[in-house]
Write a protein that binds this ligand. Structure first.
Ligand code: HEM
Length: 498
């Protein structure tokens, strides 16, 4: 029997239309702007300003906004009430992850933590990765590692005679730091392997930021993939091979009781399960999943951390008087010694500046998309099972209800009248998100970044080159990620007061 193309298209369109009408009748979906059916809000999807455009829409439609992409419905949560309702009060309902062609390609089909569906395997790997991070970084290991790593970079920075781009340093510092955490080795600053890895990572991020048509129409990746998609898959494979090789090296040289790095900690956890003979656990601890867990810790941690560092120094050069206050605090608390974990609770003002940098510097503005694992509700609307849900962290961090004059850099938002850290942060401050999928690295990232920033400000005064004014522009890279417009700085060695 022959079916011509017109008949096929007409049948497909009617089928989709009926599906659309039934869905609309069955559920009370959140509101959103009108769009051409099936084409959807493609213009918003392909915009690097999606987070801002959606925040604007929420002023018209309320905190829960609905947009359509192809046959998919995407929901955006834009204020603290609806985010807490979804992520904390109904946390299991919203703890899924969508199965997208791109996230599947980079995670061996969702076998990692960040893009894995809400499943017993995800729970086990998240638990083991958290445990491995804690085991490996216990005691003064993290601070010693930071100290050694920073020393190399500070000495190099001191030799800069001309204005230079700080971001290049932030990238390398953080890459070397996480390289040591994950793979155990301490490499020279100019090591070509780290540079190649950094380039690979940047290419992947660039591709992710501007989205893939293959995510909206998955069959395209098999029928006629775009050049961008082919390049992305090739880079993702390259990265996987790199991490797999490191993993294999560790398996071959692993000695029980010797913990060289995060990979050894994972292998120790696997060995424990083997000794206990728990078959159900062992099945979930296969090599592919362990390689993907390492890849997650490396990738999820690197970008967010290096971008946060860049924002911090940007604000410090933009507001020299705030920088001076941080340095006075650092001199008072630490003196000429090395910044350490025990100082952390006394660096209230510096930490408040870091929190404010995390609020205004949107490094994960739309976070990682969630998916409902059952029919649920939020803000009084129905959210059907399988709906993709974005948390608009940018909107939360710019909500004037929680942050007066949200565009202003103001560390006092986190301090009491005596200049001490308030016991809690404003409710709408959620850079690490909340609920079941809360950032796994939060407890590492906060002290790690603070110590790195304290090291920088203790050693140098950061200034814009003479006569230059700070550029208030931001660079938008997609998925709500923003960076400062490229800026150059000069540094001046400080004489630390004891
Ligand atoms: C400034 C630093 C960081 C920020 C702002 C940040 C932010 C986030 C956000 C917004 C999410 C998504 C949460 C959600 O789905 O609701 C996330 C997930 C995640 N982060 Fe981070 N992160 C940072 C550093 C790190 C570091 C250093 C690591 C690893 C050592 C890490 C590991 C992860 C992992 C594995 C996930 C996925 C969790 C899951 O899906 O269960 N992050 N992070």
């Amino acid at each position: 029997m022959f079916v011509n193309t017109q008949t096929l298209l007409a049948t497909l369109s009617i089928g989709l239309f009926v599906y659309y009408v039934i869905k609309r009748m069955k559920y009370r979906l959140p509101p959103g702007p009108w769009c051409i059916p099936f084409v959807g809000h493609y213009k918003i999807y392909s915009s690097v300003e999606m987070h801002k455009k959606v925040a604007e829409l929420s002023k018209v439609y309320g905190p829960v906004v609905h947009l359509s992409f192809g046959t998919q419905t995407w929901i955006f949560l834009n204020n603290n009430d609806v985010v807490i309702e979804a992520l904390v009060k109904k946390k299991a309902d919203f703890a899924g992850r969508p199965k997208l062609a791109s996230t599947d390609a980079i995670s061996a089909g969702g076998k990692d933590i960040a893009f894995s569906s809400y499943s017993p395997a995800w729970k086990l790997h998240r638990k083991i990765a958290g445990q491995a991070l804690r085991n490996y970084l216990q005691g003064d290991l993290l601070e010693n590692m930071i100290q050694e790593n920073m020393e190399k970079f500070l000495n190099k920075m001191a030799q800069e005679k001309d204005p230079f781009i700080f971001k290049d340093y932030a990238d390398s510092m953080v890459f070397h730091q996480l390289y040591t955490i994950c793979f155990g080795q301490k490499l020279p600053i100019d090591d070509p392997e780290v540079k190649t890895l950094l380039k690979l990572e940047e290419d992947l991020i660039d591709a992710f930021g501007s989205g893939f048509v293959e995510d909206l129409v998955p069959c395209l990746k098999d029928l006629c993939p775009t050049a961008k998609w082919k390049k992305f898959v090739q880079k993702a494979e390259q990265l996987e091979q790199f991490i797999r090789a490191k993993y294999r090296d560790h398996v071959d040289t692993f000695k029980p009781g010797v913990n060289r790095d995060f990979i050894d900690s994972l292998l120790a956890a696997k060995e424990e399960a083997e000794n206990e003979g728990d078959e159900s656990i062992l099945q979930k601890l296969d090599d592919t999943r362990l390689v993907q867990t390492i890849s997650d810790i490396f990738l999820a941690g690197v970008d967010t951390t290096r971008f946060t560092m860049d924002w911090f120094i940007y604000f410090m050069t933009m507001y020299p008087e705030i920088q001076t206050k941080c340095q006075e605090e650092i001199d008072r608390v630490i003196g000429a010694g090395h910044p350490s974990m025990k100082d952390r609770n006394k660096l209230d003002y510096t930490e408040a500046c870091l929190f404010e940098s995390m609020r205004l510097g949107s490094v994960a503005g739309l976070g990682i998309p969630h998916m409902t694992i059952c029919d649920s509700q939020v803000g009084g609307y129905d959210i059907p099972k399988g709906t993709l849900v974005f948390i608009n962290h940018w909107a939360l961090h710019n909500d004037p209800k929680f942050f007066k004059d949200p565009e202003k850099f103001d560390p006092y938002r986190y301090l009491d009248e005596n200049g001490k850290k308030k016991p809690t942060r404003p409710d709408s401050w959620l850079p690490f998100s909340a609920g079941n999928r809360v950032c796994l690295g939060e407890t590492v990232a906060k002290p790690e970044i603070l110590l790195m920033c304290a090291n920088l400000l203790q050693r140098f005064e950061f200034r814009l080159p003479n006569g230059e004014k700070a550029n208030p522009e931001h660079r938008l890279t997609g998925l709500g990620t923003e960076l400062p417009a490229e800026y150059k700085i000069i540094v001046k060695d400080r004489v630390t007061k004891k």
